[in-house]
Ligand binder design. Structure first.
Ligand SMILES: [Zn+2]
Length: 436
C-alpha cells in the first residue's frame, strides 16, 4: 500500500465547470482587497520577525519600521539586479531569501544571457500555490480533463520545468513536453509526434511556430492541419494587438490566448480567458501594481508603467519586486465573470525607446509591420537613442524606403531602416531577440 493515496489522481471537476476555483477567481473586489491587506500585513511582519535582513535593512534605511504596515507605494522597489548584488555581497544565496536551500522542495534558475544566475527556491507552500495558480491558468486557457497539451519548453532547471508535471496531472490534462526544437531534425520529429498524438492545445513562441511551419513543409505536410480547431497559447507580444492576433487565428485555424508569468516569482502564471481581455492574475497570491518608473507610485488604469509584484501567502517573500516589464492593467468587468484587474505586458523596459515623447517598443514595430508580411527586424537601441530616431534593420529585398514611411506614419517618430537580406537574422529556438 502506498503511504498516501490519490497523489496523482486528476480533478473530478466536470469539463463544463467554468472556473477551476470559483471562490478565488470571482471574489468580489472588497473581499479581495481585504484578503490582500491581510496578506501584505503578514509579509511585512515576516520581514522584521524572521527577520529577512535584505528587506529589513533596506526599509529601515527608508524610514520604515516593523510597527506600521505602509502603503505599498511607499515601499522601495527591488529589482533582479538588487537581488544579484545581495547574493554577490552575501554568497551564495544572499540575505533576501525566506526559503533556503535546505527548505526548498523545488529549484529552478531564471533564464538570462547576462549576469549571474538567480535561483528560485520553492518551499512547500510555494509549490502548493504554484500548482493552484497554474491549474487555474490551464483551466482558463480552456483545457479540460482528457485533453492533450503540448509545448516545446526547455527542461532541466528552466523554471516551468520545475513543476509542470504536478499541475497538468492535477487538472487531468495529458502533458506532452517535447523539448525545444534545437535542430531541424528535432522539429520534424515533434511534428511527427503531434501527427500521432493530436494535441488539443499548443504552447509556442512565435519563433518556434516558424520553425515548425518550416519543418512541416519539409515533411510535405501542412502544420496548420495540426493547429486547426485547437487552442494555441502563442508567446508573442504582438498577440496583444487585435489585428495580428486575428490574422494569426485565421491562418492557424485556432483560438489564440496569451499568457504571462515570471520565473522569479514561484508559480506566477496567468492566462487569458475566451474573451481575450488581458490575462487574469491570481490576485489572492499576487498583489500586482503598474507604477511610474521614476516615482514608484501606482498609475491609473490603462497607463503603461513598470510591473511590480508582491507575493502573499507564500513561503517566498518578494516585496514590491519590479520585473522591469512595461505593462498595463484594466479593471472593467470581464464577461467571463473572473474578477480583479487584468494584465497586459508590452515588453521589457530596457527595450523601450522614448522618441519625441513617444514610447516605442519592439511590439509596436512588429504591429506596424504585421500587415505588410511581418518581416523579421532588429531595433538598434543605442544607435536609436543617440540619433533620437528609430534605427532598425529589416529583412527586405527593397531599399527600405517603403518601410520607413510605413513605420514613421504608424509610430509618429522619425525612422531609419536598413534593409538586410531575408533570412539573415537569427531564428531563435525559444525566444526571439528583437533588439541589439
Ligand atoms: Zn475573462
Amino acid at each position: 500500500m502506498p503511504r498516501a493515496e490519490n497523489l496523482v489522481r486528476a480533478t473530478d471537476l466536470s469539463r463544463t465547470a467554468p472556473y477551476w476555483n470559483p471562490e478565488a477567481e470571482t471574489m468580489p473586489a472588497e473581499q479581495l482587497h481585504a484578503h490582500q491587506r491581510r496578506g501584505v500585513a503578514e509579509v511585512w511582519d515576516r520581514i522584521w520577525s524572521e527577520p529577512i535582513p535584505f528587506y529589513a535593512d533596506r526599509y529601515a534605511a527608508a524610514g520604515l519600521s516593523a510597527g506600521e504596515v505602509p502603503d505599498l507605494d511607499a515601499v522601495p522597489r527591488t529589482t533582479k539586479d538588487d537581488l544579484r548584488a545581495d547574493e554577490a555581497a552575501h554568497p551564495p544565496f544572499g540575505t533576501h531569501r525566506s526559503v533556503g536551500l535546505d527548505q526548498a522542495v523545488r529549484i529552478s534558475k531564471t533564464t538570462g544571457t547576462s549576469g549571474r544566475p538567480v535561483f528560485t527556491l520553492m518551499g512547500p507552500r510555494d509549490l502548493e500555490a504554484a500548482i493552484e495558480m497554474q491549474a487555474r491558468t490551464t483551466w482558463t486557457l480552456g483545457l479540460r480533463p482528457g485533453d492533450r497539451f503540448t509545448h516545446p519548453w526547455p527542461g532541466g532547471l528552466y523554471v516551468s520545468a520545475a513543476f509542470t508535471n504536478f499541475f497538468y496531472t492535477r487538472t487531468g490534462v495529458l502533458e506532452i513536453p517535447v523539448g525545444p526544437p534545437v535542430t531541424a531534425e528535432d522539429a520534424r520529429e515533434h511534428v511527427e509526434l503531434w501527427q500521432l498524438l493530436r494535441p488539443h492545445g499548443f504552447m509556442l513562441t512565435m519563433s518556434q511556430l516558424q520553425i515548425y511551419l518550416d519543418a512541416a513543409a519539409s515533411l510535405g505536410t501542412d502544420f496548420t492541419e495540426l493547429t486547426a480547431g485547437t487552442t494555441v497559447s502563442l508567446y508573442d507580444l504582438s498577440m496583444n494587438l487585435p489585428g495580428p492576433r486575428s490574422r494569426m487565428e485565421k491562418y492557424l485555424g485556432c483560438r489564440i490566448r496569451t499568457q504571462s508569468g515570471a520565473g522569479d516569482i514561484p508559480g506566477f502564471g496567468a492566462a487569458e480567458c475566451e474573451f481575450g481581455t488581458g490575462v487574469h492574475v491570481p490576485h489572492d497570491y499576487l498583489v500586482v501594481q503598474v507604477v511610474d518608473p521614476a516615482t514608484g507610485a501606482s498609475l491609473p488604469e490603462g497607463r503603461m508603467g513598470h510591473l511590480v509584484v508582491t507575493t502573499i501567502g507564500l513561503d517566498a517573500n518578494l516585496v514590491r519586486f519590479d520585473l522591469e516589464d512595461l505593462a498595463t492593467l484594466e479593471s472593467g468587468p470581464c464577461p467571463c465573470g473572473r474578477t480583479g484587474p487584468r494584465l497586459r505586458v508590452w515588453g521589457r523596459a530596457a527595450e523601450a525607446l522614448v522618441l519625441d515623447g513617444v514610447t516605442v517598443l519592439p511590439v509596436h514595430v512588429q504591429g506596424a509591420l504585421d500587415e505588410h508580411g511581418g518581416p523579421e527586424f532588429q531595433v538598434h537601441l543605442e544607435e536609436s537613442r543617440q540619433a533620437g530616431r528609430l534605427v532598425l534593420s529589416i529583412e527586405s529585398t527593397g531599399t527600405g524606403t517603403a518601410e520607413e514611411e510605413l513605420l514613421a506614419a504608424a509610430l509618429g517618430v522619425p525612422v531609419t531602416v536598413r534593409p538586410i537580406v531575408p533570412g539573415s537574422l537569427p531564428r531563435a529556438a525559444f525566444k526571439p531577440r528583437r533588439t541589439g
